[in-house]
Design a protein. Structure first.
Length: 234
């Protein structure tokens, strides 16, 4: 960030400088890849190679985006052995991402339309809220699966959730109970791994639904979670 000197600066210039500094943060948020990176880092801290793989970018490109986020103060780094790990700079960054996401849904009808069309094409996949999930878990009515990659599950997961990465679901489907509803969750409302898992489970005769939010949203609302790895940002 630019160091601001207030010596010999008139009020108008001072205010303009403040807004210019603020604009550096909003510029960092004005890129689809960087928003997806924030969504990923809400799951915990990860090295650049993992981030690049998850958002389908070359490592060099992912690194450039991470440097922009770091320069704007949205992301921090910490070294673990020979690897540099990236993480959200604090809970306020996740809160800002949630507010931006909420604003986008409220003001841009195309976002909701795209998601609804996607889910309607998949036979109107059932979605449940965090409150419904808590109630069903208390009554032991559901079997909760985390379909994010195992690295993210190990960083932290909803209490009592079992790791079933989406890519492994077809190989492990016989392990799932047939007498309970299966609820799948992933990173959040814009993540589609849980949708694909629910579609697959329904196709194979399971009663299944996806959690409307994701792991980071669950933790942010002070719901019970288990952190089995370092670097969870929430």
């Amino acid at each position: 960030m630019t160091k601001i000197s207030t010596q010999h600066m008139d009020i108008r210039k001072f205010k303009t400088t403040l807004y210019q500094e603020l604009s550096q943060v909003t510029k960092a948020l004005s890129n689809a890849h960087r928003l997806e990176i924030l969504d990923l880092l809400a799951q915990g801290s990860f090295p650049v190679a993992y981030i690049a793989e998850q958002i389908n970018l070359p490592v060099a490109n992912a690194s450039q985006h991470l440097q922009v986020l770091k320069k704007s103060g949205l992301v921090n780094t910490q070294r673990e052995g020979k690897y540099m790990f990236y993480e959200l700079a604090g809970e306020h960054v996740f809160e800002t991402w949630c507010a931006l996401r909420k604003l986008g849904f409220a003001q841009n009808e195309e976002i909701s339309k795209l998601l609804n069309d996607y889910r309607n094409r998949r036979n109107r996949l059932k979605t449940i809220s965090s409150t419904e999930l808590s109630e069903k878990m208390d009554r032991q009515e559901i079997y909760l699966i985390d379909v994010r990659p195992r690295e993210e599950y190990e960083n932290g997961h909803i209490e009592d959730a079992v790791s079933y990465p989406q890519k492994e679901l077809s190989e492990r489907i016989k392990e799932l109970p047939e007498d309970r509803e299966i609820v799948a969750y992933c990173r959040g409302p814009l993540c589609l791994m849980a949708d694909e898992a629910v579609k697959y489970l329904q196709k194979h005769g399971f009663k299944a639904a996806r959690l409307g939010g994701g792991y980071a949203d669950w933790v942010a609302s002070d719901q019970p979670a288990e952190n089995s790895g370092a670097g969870n940002s929430q």
